[in-house]
Design a protein around this ligand. Sequence first.
Ligand SMILES: Nc1ncnc2c1ncn2[C@@H]1O[C@H](COP(=O)(O)OP(=O)(O)OP(=O)(O)O)[C@@H](O)[C@H]1O
Ligand SMILES: [Mg+2]
Length: 275
Amino acid sequence: MSDTTTSPRGGTAAAPLFEAEGLCVTFPGRGRGPGRATTVDALRGVDLAWAEGEVLGLVGASGSGKSTLGRTLMGLQQPSSGAVRFRGEALTGPRDRAFRRRVQMVFQDPYQSLNPRRTVGAQVLEGLDVHGIGAPGQERTALAVAAMERCGLAPVERYWHRYPHQLSGGQRQRVVIAAAVALGPQALICDEPVSALDVSIRSQVLGLLAELRREEGIGLLFITHDVGLAWALCDRVAVLHHGELVECGGVEEVLGSPRHAYTRELLAAVPAPHG
Ligand SMILES: Nc1ncnc2c1ncn2[C@@H]1O[C@H](COP(=O)(O)OP(=O)(O)OP(=O)(O)O)[C@@H](O)[C@H]1O
Ligand SMILES: [Mg+2]
């Protein structure tokens, strides 16, 4: 067991769960005139370490490369150059099943992860089936039920037979998180997980994520354009600007006394969190 739960805000007590080294992602872009090919450098040599059990915020304006970085760690996007390591091992190409059990992705729009034609219960069970977790039947169902309860979908009977369109946005996001949690993940890559939710629901879902970290030791990469949310939830924060990592460190250090002009600009739009 690691002792990451005791790592202080801004500390780096544990060995990195993920490391990005010199990570570059270039997309083909559209030229301005006929035959003019351009490219978009979505990530430009990003070096970043994310410790086990840590809540690492990834902030930056729209188009700064946040989602691209999350997708590249997840293996949904191939880097043009540079390396991604998971627990010290270099990852290339599509991720294997063991990785997909350990690291799950939560998107802004839960519909992106949910099948509109399958019930909630069936979808939480599906991952357990795929990964062969628990004996088929009662034991597997009990694991799915426990994950749903853990994620605030209780009483479970009320939700089990519903379809995604019969739930609120917050409940749908809880189903996505429950399906992930059922597999016993080490880390969740959350890409704007509460941006589509209204404010009261937003804090409940954030509370759930914070609890999962505190009680289950699940690390979070929390991607957000909302610096205030990062301040409230994260241990460390990394600031992306036009695909470059301009600042990274403890949340108080980076957001409390930002060194980079761009970080100050992001903060200018946010009301002070303390007081
Ligand atoms: N599949 C793609 N093809 C071409 N360009 C892309 C692709 N995906 C992203 N980009 C470009 O890469 C850059 C970074 O995009 P990305 O989606 O990572 O930004 P983001 O920080 O997540 O923005 P937002 O806050 O709006 O979600 C942008 O200029 C975007 O247009
Ligand atoms: Mg994005």
